[in-house]
Design a binder for this molecule. Sequence first.
Ligand code: PLP
Length: 421
Amino acid sequence: MDYTLDLDEARRFDQQDELAPFRKRFVVDDPDLIYLDGNSLGRLPKATQAHMKALIDRAWGQQLIRGWNLDWMEAAERIGGKLARLVGAHADEVVLADSTSVNLFKLAYAALHALPERHKIVTDDLNFPSDHYILQQLTRMMGRPIELCVLPSSDGVYGPSEDLLLAIDEDTALVTLSHTVFKTSFTYDMRAVTEHAERAGALTLWDISHSVGAMPIELNDCHVPLAVGCTYKHLNGGPGSPAFLYVSRQWQDKLVNPISGWMGQRNVFDFELQYDAAPGIRHFLTGTPFVLSQAAVEPAVDLFLEAGMDKVRAKAERQSRYLVALWEAWLKPLGFRLNSPREVEQRGSHVSLGHDEGLRVDLALIHDQQVIPDFRPPDNIRFGVTPLYTTFEEVFEAMKRLRSVVSEKLYEKYTDAPAVT
Ligand SMILES: *Cc1c(COP(=O)(O)O)cnc(C)c1O
């Protein structure tokens, strides 16, 4: 597509955008602030404000302990069931619980425990640090030697897709990757990797933290046995909202939960001392549900169900293509590198631009230019497009301000910033 890259064009894109009305459903406290970090913490939906107020005032304030007889116990499964529709799963395959890290631990342990003859975990060096830390610890606690095979990306942007296929063998118990990687936005072919692992008899555990709410995901259709993800990024569930875990029906009763708590017990309120795992997804629960923070996830998920993931993704592609066109015309000549895949279908919903002065540029954007991206070392400034509330005009304006930060050297006042390594 040929762009004219002027303000009129950006405004025309917004006028033609059928998702544009969704922006009004979010709190936009400061209309001059361009927020491009919804891939890290999404905006607050207006429906969530009212929902939380009612929950706090009426359910907690008035009902007290009787609130547990409302819907507090079932909410993790009910909201998980809605989320399941966004990720191509059955309602009884997804549940809200804990943090992504804890869920990853539970499911990675479960996979290694289920395949005791196998000794290898396969991942890559683009995966999220917390995922690495969990896997490192798991290699020491399974009671048998476990090799953690970390495949390097050849260029720091694309995942090592081909090496991965070669590394997965009959000694591999677990393949675990970020579907969309947090720094560069590279997105794996979920089906190809999962089916390859399945043929080798290995279990695949996808971390979909950066892709859920950004694109349609087909966990069942891709034969995915295990997945985890968080709800506070693209899904707009709020700071500290609980994560979710997915276990396909086929695997639910074959796997053990290493943190077997009372919420996973068959009859929770019998208070039996002997653990007896509940059937289905429920035995992956551990402790008391996070009633308040999980409630905030529901109105947020409802917005995506209303908008439809196909439309969200189609707009994200239009916006990220547009952003890359602005980079090429304005920013590439100023020393910015595209630290994300060039092909839109291999990108998630954020674009990373690298610059030698990346951190200082990021600080100037935030403190002087009313633009909020985020920074990931060594040089990545990440710009997230979140189609339910990001406008084309915002993308245009943000790139224009980014250009002036570098062409007018406005970042130079941030001399005290820690050195970019
Ligand atoms: C954000 C993110 C997490 C967060 O993990 P928590 O335990 O919920 O803090 C994990 N994995 C990936 C890939 C992420 O992007």
